[in-house]
Write a protein that binds this ligand. Structure first.
Ligand SMILES: Cc1ncc(COP(=O)(O)O)c(C=O)c1O
Length: 396
């Protein structure tokens, strides 16, 4: 069978299983709303958790700082080369100094994206004779990093720290270094890692702990540093990864770490070295959004209250949901039913996309609601009723 025949067959299977993906035609975005197939929908599928992506005041602050007459045409549109060549704009240093002092740690390092961070850090730090232990439900970018690394890689059951400890006990003394990698707020289930337990295991087994705060940064903690701040453990995690593309409404990512680890990554991390640096226009916006985090605690509080109320209302209707964060999944089970429910929501004015295997485990297809701070309860109050009716219809 030729390659084209093979992939055609695979695509046919995906279609039959309602798993064929197309890049959606995204319409105009206006705050919490988005145009989609000719309709204006409340966007509950974005990671703009603080609802600041279209914030006019913040945008104006950015434009005030944007001086086209200044050196290199203000915030230039391109960095034109890797950070190790000529792409290391002074804004990188400003952001990294700011982040290190905000987290009260020695150093920070900015990356092009969370994906770049996660596929680069573990392959740089680990080697043969090391062991990486990875939560089973970690994001694909973390899994890819584990796969690229030369170290042995095992998954522990999701948030099952007894299982993790069994693996640590077995590994202790048999590997040069053991690593644990986890998300803080899990992207598909909206539940949270127990950072206290993980830091305890780190201490007892001499493990190097990496925590991905992609969905925690900007959302958790009094000043928005993430679950590590809320758990008062920012100083006990070897690398905290945060992303700028979600609650910080921009693009890029960062790691918080010791100075020596930073030096090592600058010398060895391939996804940092062999890629064009972020453009200064983005770096300027990242800096501005970071500087305003402290003033956004009311948004965080509102977001958490909204999520709690939404979960409670879903449970009252007997709907299956998990987690304890702004990410609220409603598990519908089969792919067909999930697609049907998403369509019914769309008809009612809500964009809440279905998430299906392989992104989530088999038979746990779901509607993933990403709540946001720029909406109020009345905007979403009808959803549990709609779900209740829709989930009864359609095939599974
Ligand atoms: C947990 C987690 N880490 C990393 C990433 C990748 O981040 P980025 O979108 O900046 O590449 C994502 C993106 O969805 C994520 O959910």
């Amino acid at each position: 069978m030729s390659l084209k025949e093979r992939i055609r067959k695979e695509l046919e299977v995906l279609s039959a299983e309602k798993r064929f993906r197309v890049l959606p035609d995204t319409g105009v975005r206006q705050g919490a709303f988005i145009g989609s197939r000719g309709k204006k929908l409340l966007n509950l599928s974005s990671n703009d958790y603080l609802g600041i992506g279209d914030d006019t005041w913040l945008r104006n602050q950015y434009l005030l700082a944007f001086d086209p007459e200044s050196e290199s045409g203000g915030f230039s549109m391109t960095s034109s080369s890797s950070r190790l060549l000529t792409g290391n704009h002074r804004l990188y240093n400003e952001i990294e100094d700011y982040l290190a002092s905000w987290y009260n740690r020695e150093a920070a390092l900015v990356f092009n994206s969370g994906y770049h961070a996660n596929i680069g850090i573990l392959p740089a730090l680990s080697a043969r004779h090391d062991l990486i232990l990875c939560d089973r439900l970690n994001h694909a970018s973390i899994i890819d990093g584990c796969r690229i690394a030369d170290a042995e890689f095992k998954r522990f059951r999701h948030r099952d720290y007894e299982h993790l400890e069994t693996l640590l006990e077995k590994g202790y003394g048999n590997y040069r270094q053991m690593f644990i990698v986890t998300e803080s707020v899990f992207s598909m289930d909206g539940d949270r890692a127990d950072l206290e337990k993980l830091c305890d295991l780190r201490e007892r087994y001499g493990v190097f702990l990496i925590v991905d705060e992609a969905h925690g940064a900007g959302v958790c903690g009094e000043s928005g540093k993430g679950l590590c701040e809320e758990s008062r453990l920012s100083g006990s995690i070897d690398i905290i990864v945060g992303t700028f593309g979600k609650a910080f409404a921009s693009a890029g990512a960062y790691g918080i770490m010791d100075g020596i680890v930073r030096d090592y990554l600058v010398n060895t991390m391939r996804s940092l070295i062999f890629t064009t640096a972020l453009p200064p226009v983005i770096l300027g916006w990242n800096m501005l959004v970071l500087e305003h985090q402290r003033a956004m605690s009311a948004k965080r509080f509102h977001l958490h209250s909204l999520a709690e109320r939404f979960r409670e209302a879903l449970r009252e209707k007997g709907l299956r949901t998990t987690g304890e964060s702004q990410i609220v999944p409603v598990i519908t089970g089969g792919n067909n039913k999930t697609v049907h429910v998403a369509e019914v929501l769309r008809e009612a004015g809500f964009l809440a996309l279905p998430v299906r295997p392989p992104t989530v485990p088999e038979n746990t297809a779901r509607i993933r609601f990403s709540l946001r701070a720029d909406i109020v309860w009345e905007d979403i109050a009808v959803i549990p009723d709609i779900l209740c009716q829709a989930a009864g219809g359609g095939e599974t």
